[in-house]
Design a protein around this ligand. Structure first.
Ligand code: SF4
Length: 132
């Protein structure tokens, strides 16, 4: 079975949120914070989009990402996997690094949610700055 080289993610949001989704507390929080903000603002305003689709050079996902007015890379730590992935694909995202910007210490306890509310608030404030 041949999978379509596209999905329904494109053209649905003013601001694309791309989370590193790494295997660490801050990695998981990058996804959760993005989802919380998208739920708060509505998916047409800010949506969690598929970073792996950018890495995999899925043309439909890259074209969809291009329709965003702005994009935010939310990384758990200074390795900045999401930001680097987007930049490698030619995008210029606003960068958020949770252990730097929100002072959340990185660990590998995937149940650790300490700092998640702060992370979501930081993303929310970053979006407000883009809108001015
Ligand atoms: S930015 Fe850090 S937490 Fe996120 S995937 Fe990369 S190494 Fe893991």
């Amino acid at each position: 079975m041949v999978e379509a080289d596209r999905c329904n993610c494109g053209g649905i949001s003013e601001i694309g949120l791309f989370a590193c989704a790494g295997g660490a507390n801050v990695g998981l929080m990058s996804v959760k914070a993005a989802a919380m903000v998208s739920e708060k603002l509505g998916r047409e305003k800010a949506a969690l989009l598929c970073l792996p689709g950018i890495s995999a050079e899925i043309s439909g996902i890259i074209e969809g990402a291009k329709t965003c007015r702005a994009m935010i890379a939310i990384d758990g730590c200074g390795t900045r996997c999401a930001a680097k992935t987007l930049r490698k694909a030619g995008f210029d995202p606003v960068e958020i690094v949770l252990n730097r910007d929100c002072d959340i210490a990185k660990n590998h306890d995937l149940s650790d949610k300490a700092g998640l509310e702060d992370a979501a608030e930081y993303v929310f404030e970053a979006i407000k700055k883009i809108e001015v």
